[in-house]
Write a protein that binds this ligand. Structure first.
Ligand SMILES: Nc1ncnc2c1ncn2[C@@H]1O[C@H](COP(=O)(O)OP(=O)(O)O)[C@@H](O)[C@H]1O
Ligand SMILES: [Mg+2]
Length: 464
């Protein structure tokens, strides 16, 4: 009899064929979805309308990962949601089988390989690295030593023009109160090694643009991480007459998506020197504010964009006197909901609602420029659906998405196990993605997607 460990028991799981090794589960129960490289047997299973990821792994690792994923979610980190560990499995002939860890499939998530099709831009690669670096810094702030940082252990979700990274594999992780510098550097070294291998692998498969050098790419990881960590935790000293710098620091952190829960401010005895250091920094500043105001759950940059649109709405309608929550409700019903309602049911799998809204706002801007007039959000939503959305690959859970999201036009040998590779190459064109297409070539050395320098310059300008 299998045993179920779960905080949210799902009775539909009981009927699944636990006495069969996961590798041999009937395909009728499985969903073919793109997946990263893994050590263990991992399958996506369909349970009613839900899709779960199942991983067959030895008992103590399954339990360890289940608990850690729970703890991380409680802390507010970006990671997949654990659902259950099924142990005590035996085959019909009495042979013992390893337990299965079940997590909820992260909707609209893309493994990194799906994002690299021929001609991927430098911009995109840098945005992926940035997303990974932000996730790593967040996890480190929570005291999580990952131990196996890699692109395969992360899932990416579109977040406005960037990506948001979510942790998927916590097997090697440890949760501490605070990490030492040595522990953080340990994770960075692992990140370097793993990503170098992953980039070489992409290069060998002809998926990495020839202008991208794996070594230069991994060098940027350390640089970006250091920059971000300094901004999040570094102490800053300045003259007593420059108190505006305190606000500047908070703004910069907010712009990077972090909330400052506490700021340690010390003044010298004469009061002419001030030293500040953020103490606790919580990620998800804009997402939390958006959730509070509208109940919408979005990634950080999507949320920031929506909040900007909300501000514009407030100014344009002259609603400055009205309570923020009331304005937010008006915006939700008069702007956001009609835009999302413009997505025909058959196209719902292309983008999640928040990302669609963001793309419509971009489209509206381009159209207004082109037509030399103010294009309404409603009009932009409909023309975006007709001109672009239809042609985009599905990114939600669907049988078709496997083949589409790989974007190479190749057919996998076993659609339920992408690690088996592709049947044969065809020369079908990759699917056109306007977001990839519009990404500009950037100079790796001068690229700075966090734009800390620009934020600094802006904050300085505000103070003068
Ligand atoms: N909850 C999930 N949602 C979406 N994809 C998942 C989920 N869990 C696992 N995957 C996919 O399966 C792959 C392997 O899972 P992982 O936990 O890294 O296994 P391993 O421990 O064998 O490396 C991941 O790279 C990811 O693409
Ligand atoms: Mg893994």
């Amino acid at each position: 009899m299998p045993r179920f460990l779960s905080a949210q028991p799902d009775s539909r799981l009981i009927a699944l064929p636990w006495a069969t090794p996961l590798e041999a589960w009937p395909t009728g129960l499985l969903v073919a979805l793109p997946r990263g490289i893994s050590r263990h047997v991992v399958r996506f299973i369909r349970v009613g309308d839900d899709v779960y990821a199942a991983k067959e792994v030895i008992e103590h690792l399954a339990l360890h990962e289940y608990r850690l994923l729970h703890d991380l979610r409680r802390l507010g980190a970006h990671g997949v949601e654990p659902l259950a560990v099924v142990s005590g499995r035996t085959t019909a002939t009495g042979e013992a089988l390893d337990p299965i860890l079940i997590t909820k499939h992260l909707s609209f998530s893309l493994p990194y390989r799906s994002l690299f099709h021929s001609g991927v831009r430098q911009e995109t690669v840098l945005r992926l690295i940035d997303a990974l670096v932000v996730l790593l810094a967040q996890l480190h702030l929570f005291g999580f030593l990952w131990g196996d940082v890699s692109l395969s252990n992360v899932l990416f979700r579109r977040d406005a023009e960037s990506f948001a990274a979510h942790l998927v594999d916590a097997e090697t992780g440890e949760l501490h109160d605070v990490l030492t510098k040595g522990q953080r550097m340990h994770d960075l070294t692992i990140a370097r090694t793993n990503l170098f291998g992953e980039f070489l692998d992409l290069e060998a498969g002809g998926l990495l643009d020839s202008s991208l050098d794996p070594l230069a790419l991994v060098d940027t990881i350390e640089k970006r991480y250091e920059e971000l960590w300094r901004e999040l935790t570094g102490a800053e000293s300045f003259h007593g007459s420059e108190v505006g710098r305190i606000e500047g620091r908070v703004r910069r952190l907010n712009a990077l998506g972090f909330d400052v829960a506490e700021l340690d401010i010390r003044t010298s005895p004469t009061g002419d020197q001030i030293r500040i250091q953020p103490k606790v920094v919580d990620p998800g500043h804009h997402s939390r504010r958006l959730l509070r105001l509208t109940g919408l759950d979005a990634e950080e940059n999507q949320a920031r964009r929506m909040l900007n649109d909300l501000d514009t709405f407030r100014a344009a309608r002259n609603l400055g006197h009205m309570d923020e929550a009331v304005v937010a409700h008006k915006w939700l019903t008069e702007v956001y909901e009609p835009v999302v309602a413009a997505i025909p049911p058959e196209l719902r799998g292309k983008r999640d609602n928040a990302q669609f809204f963001h793309e419509v706002l971009d489209h509206r801007w381009y159209q207004s420029q082109e037509f030399h007039r103010e294009v309404s959000t409603h009009e932009a939503a409909h023309s975006y659906v007709d001109q672009y959305l239809r042609a985009l690959p599905d990114e939600a859970v669907s049988q078709e998405s496997m083949v589409q999201v790989t974007q190479t036009g190749m057919t996998p040998v076993n659609p339920y196990d992408p690690s088996k590779g592709f049947a044969e190459d065809t020369d079908e064109m990759p699917i056109f993605d306007p977001w990839e297409e519009s990404a500009e070539e950037v100079d790796l050395a001068s690229a700075n997607t966090f734009d800390i320098a620009a934020l600094r310059a802006k904050a300085k300008g505000n103070q003068q």
